[in-house]
Design a protein around this ligand. Structure first.
Ligand code: AP5
Ligand code: MG
Length: 197
């Protein structure tokens, strides 16, 4: 199965992806984690991306698309993938769609995790990653509303958008995610047989 996970910074994407990759048995591709790991390894593109990340701006599409394109060549992503924090712009979404169409493996579901701004600020201030400072959080949120939210219409028009309420405990949120994902799995049983758990 191929799933994209969309939601504002701090909505709980990473938290829920940990559960969802185990549940669906597919690999996780978080562009945020990929960029942070690349920075640790002194990858030149990731180092270039760092100035955007630390100020709370989206990294330019060509950098992200190149890194994701390289990553998707790996055989482990052939059977399925859970994209976390990617795509984040319409251009990224269109490029991903083209790549997946060439492989005849389209996205099955786009999950939108909805959490209000006050709760996000609470969650991120409590976490303390280096981009979790108030002014950077505000910029990340603006980027989400301006550049990423248009993707919701994009996926709604494609008929694959599922909205999930991200309030409550991680367990409560995950139960809603399972319901949304299973709705899609039941609609499109794969060639390997009926849907699993
Ligand atoms: P990225 O790493 O994707 O960060 P983000 O979208 O800002 O989201 P976070 O990882 O902060 O939050 P999350 O939704 O994963 O929530 P989490 O589970 O951690 O991106 C970082 C930067 O990289 C971007 O700003 C950009 O510069 C760049 N970038 C990445 N991808 C890009 C792309 N495609 N294009 C361009 N640029 C890109 O939870 C947050 C906190 O809340 C945790 O402490 C957690 O324990 C807690 N929590 C989670 N769920 C709950 C709950 N239900 N109740 C209470 N607390 C909870
Ligand atoms: Mg994350």
């Amino acid at each position: 199965m191929r799933v994209v996970f969309i939601g504002p910074p701090g909505a709980g994407k990473g938290t829920q992806c940990e559960r969802l990759v185990a549940y669906l048995n597919i690999p996780h591709l978080s562009t945020g984690d990929m960029l942070r790991q690349g920075r640790e390894e002194n990858n030149p593109l990731a180092l270039l991306a760092d100035q955007y990340m630390s100020s709370g701006q989206l990294v330019p599409d060509p950098i992200v698309l190149q890194l994701v394109g390289e990553r998707l060549e790996r055989p482990e992503y052939a059977e399925g993938v859970l994209f976390d924090g990617f795509p984040r712009t319409v251009r990224q979404a269109e490029t991903l769609d083209r790549t997946l169409a060439e492989r005849n493996t389209p996205l099955e579901v786009a999950l939108e995790l909805q959490v209000d701004d006050d709760e996000i600020s609470r969650r991120l201030s409590a976490r303390g990653r280096d981009d979790d400072r108030a002014e950077v959080i505000a910029r990340r949120l603006r980027g989400y509303w301006n550049q990423t939210r248009p993707l919701l219409d994009y996926y709604r028009n494609r008929g694959i958008l599922e909205r999930v309420d991200g309030a409550g405990t991680p367990e409560q949120v995950f139960a809603r995610i399972q319901t949304a994902v299973n709705k899609r799995r039941n609609r499109q049983p794969g060639p390997s047989g009926p849907p699993g758990p």
